[in-house]
Structure formats: structure tokens, C-alpha cells
Design a protein around this ligand. Structure first.
Ligand code: PBG
Length: 322
């Protein structure tokens, strides 16, 4: 039998680009922003070179750059000065994310604002829900998440992204938003969120590490695959418009499973630790940063992600323009 010459289609760059199956576009990216309370603050996160905690008065400059690069959406995380046991900063009318949203909408009404809906940045214990006797309460936390989502929508957020992993958060927030007149605000649910060591640098950036214990009673066990389908299924039934899988790189199989089994846009969260590993190696001159980043993000899309939340968004947007 004549063997097959696969190399025929690999001979030149033009030929390779004709048969390329996966393409990155700047529109695919959602760029995370850490908004810090106070003024004139632009603090680089030590474990995330190139990522800053930015105060609202300096936000415009950052937005100009983002919009100029062609990025269409940002996801907001708040870094408040004060925290309490019920995370009241998360649902305060003038909370940090609410005010940042208003600021963004003032300058760039078309830039899509995704609001991360969680309590861990606002609670003194650092957990994503209310805590009683050392336990993270499910149903009681839902009420606060609903309040948070509504206040974010009131401030002008375009998409609500609940990340807290309490059971029933999608239906609770959907109902709350609908009753408040926000039936057209989509829910981008962190449907499949693992309890991952890759979130370490984010917790520096958002100052949100749990002060006791860990998140294993609400985030998923990295060993589980079938459970991801159950999580995604219930979120679809409850009314999610997008499904997030998080982290991305160690979970490409899960991204593919979710893509194959559910008919909704799939969002992969290329998390902080995935960013930091590359940046650290690149700063040491050990890897080719551009090549490795493009390969990683392409593989996330190839696995089935329609959109990618990534700290690399600005870098990649720049490279795609070149
Ligand atoms: C909040 C939240 C976390 C991340 C996004 N939303 C942290 C966590 O669950 O501990 C992590 C994102 C990243 O690592 O880039 N619950």
C-alpha cells in the first residue's frame, strides 16, 4: 500500500495557513482587571508581572489601551480596603466593582463589562460564602450573591459571572435579576470550577486567600471528570447562558467534554498560575514567551473554548496586530 504523505500540506507557511483549523482572534479574549480602593494606585502584582491593581482614577488610561488593542470585554474583580464577615462590600451600591463599572461605562459604553460575582474578596475570612461554625453555608450565601448580582447590574454590568460555587446560584441569581427587571443580562456561570493550586497568584492580586481551611467543600476535585458534566448540566437547566471551565490548561479534556455535551458558548479561564508560570520562565529566558503563549491559547481554543478569560489578552492582541 502507498503510504500517505501528510507533509504535502505542510510545505510552506501559506499552505499551512490555508489548512489551519484554529484561529485566535482578539474578540475571543476577556481581560481581567483588579480594581483597588483608593487613589493613584497602580500596584504590580508581584507574582503576576504585567498585571496591576488599579484604582478607579487611573482606570481610564488602562481602558484606553485595552480598547485601542481591540479587546471587547473585561472582567472585574474588586480589592476593597475593608472586609467583614458577610462580604457587604460585594453588594454595596458604591462598592468597588459597581463604581468601576460606572467609570468604564462613562468612557466606553460599548466595552462589555463582566462582573465576577463572589464574596471571597470582601469577606474577612476569605471564603466565597457566609461562614458559621467553620462551615461555608450554601443557601444563606445565595441571598447575598443575588444582591451582589443585582447591584452589579444596576451599576451597568453587561454580564454577571457568578464564581462562588454554591449550589443553586444560577437559578437564584437568574430569578433575582429577572424580578429586578434585568431579564436580558446574561449569566456566565463558573459552572465547572476546580479547587486548584493554579489560583495562588490571583489570591495575591485580589487579596482573597481563605483565612482558614480551603475551598474543597465547594470547588471541585481536580480528579473528577463526570462531576463536571453534572455541574454543567444543572447550570444549563438553571439558566446559564455561558459555561466557564476553570482552570484551562490542566483541564483541556473537560473543556472538550463541555463543548461536546452542551449547546452554549464555552469559556475557558486561563488562570493566574498558568500566567505566572509562563511569565517567570520567560523572564528567566527559559522559554520563548510569545511562541509558548500563542501555542497555549490556541490549544485552549482547539479543545473547544469559544472565549478565553486571560491575563495574556493584551500581549496577544498586540502580537495579533503585528
Ligand atoms: C473568586 C475567584 C477566584 C478566581 C476567579 N474568581 C479565586 C478562587 O476561587 O480562589 C481565580 C482566578 C485566577 O486564578 O486567575 N472565587
Amino acid at each position: 500500500m502507498q503510504f500517505k504523505r501528510h507533509r504535502r500540506l505542510r510545505q510552506t507557511e501559506n499552505l499551512r495557513s490555508m489548512v489551519r483549523e484554529t484561529h485566535l482572534r482578539t474578540e475571543d479574549f476577556i481581560y481581567p482587571l483588579f480594581i483597588v480602593e483608593g487613589e493613584k494606585k497602580k500596584n504590580e502584582v508581584s507574582s503576576m508581572p504585567g498585571v496591576f491593581q488599579i484604582s478607579i482614577d487611573l482606570l481610564k488610561e488602562e481602558l484606553d489601551e485595552i480598547v485601542d488593542l481591540g479587546i471587547k470585554s473585561v472582567i472585574l474583580f474588586g480589592v476593597p480596603e475593608e472586609k467583614d464577615d458577610c462580604g457587604s462590600g460585594a453588594y454595596h451600591d458604591h462598592g468597588i466593582v459597581q463604581e468601576a463599572t460606572r467609570e468604564i461605562k462613562k468612557h466606553y459604553p460599548n466595552l462589555i463589562v463582566v462582573a465576577d460575582t463572589c464574596l471571597c474578596e470582601y469577606t474577612d475570612h476569605g471564603h466565597c460564602g457566609l461562614v458559621e461554625n467553620g462551615e461555608v453555608l450554601n443557601d444563606a450565601s445565595l441571598e447575598l450573591l443575588v444582591k451582589t448580582a443585582i447591584s452589579q447590574a444596576e451599576a451597568g454590568a453587561d454580564i454577571i459571572a457568578p464564581s462562588n460555587m454554591m449550589d443553586g446560584f444560577v437559578v437564584a441569581i437568574r430569578k433575582g435579576l429577572d424580578e429586578a427587571g434585568y431579564e436580558y443580562i446574561p449569566l456566565m456561570s463558573y459552572a465547572v470550577k476546580y479547587s486548584s493550586a493554579f489560583y495562588g497568584p490571583f489570591r495575591d492580586a485580589a487579596n482573597s486567600a481563605p483565612q482558614f481551611g480551603d475551598r474543597k467543600t465547594y470547588q471541585m476535585d481536580p480528579a473528577n471528570r463526570m462531576e463536571a458534566l453534572r455541574e454543567a448540566e444543572s447550570d444549563m437547566e438553571e439558566g446559564a447562558d455561558f459555561l466557564i471551565v476553570k482552570p484551562a490548561l490542566s483541564y483541556l479534556d473537560i473543556i472538550r467534554d463541555v463543548k461536546n455535551n452542551f449547546n452554549a458558548p464555552v469559556v475557558a479561564y486561563n488562570v493566574s498560575g498558568e500566567y505566572s508560570l509562563v511569565k517567570a520562565a520567560a523572564l528567566n529566558g527559559w522559554v520563548d514567551e510569545k511562541a509558548i503563549t500563542m501555542e497555549m491559547l490556541t490549544s485552549i481554543k482547539r479543545a473547544g473554548a469559544d472565549l478565553i478569560i486571560t491575563y495574556f489578552a493584551k500581549d496577544v492582541a498586540r502580537w495579533l496586530k503585528e
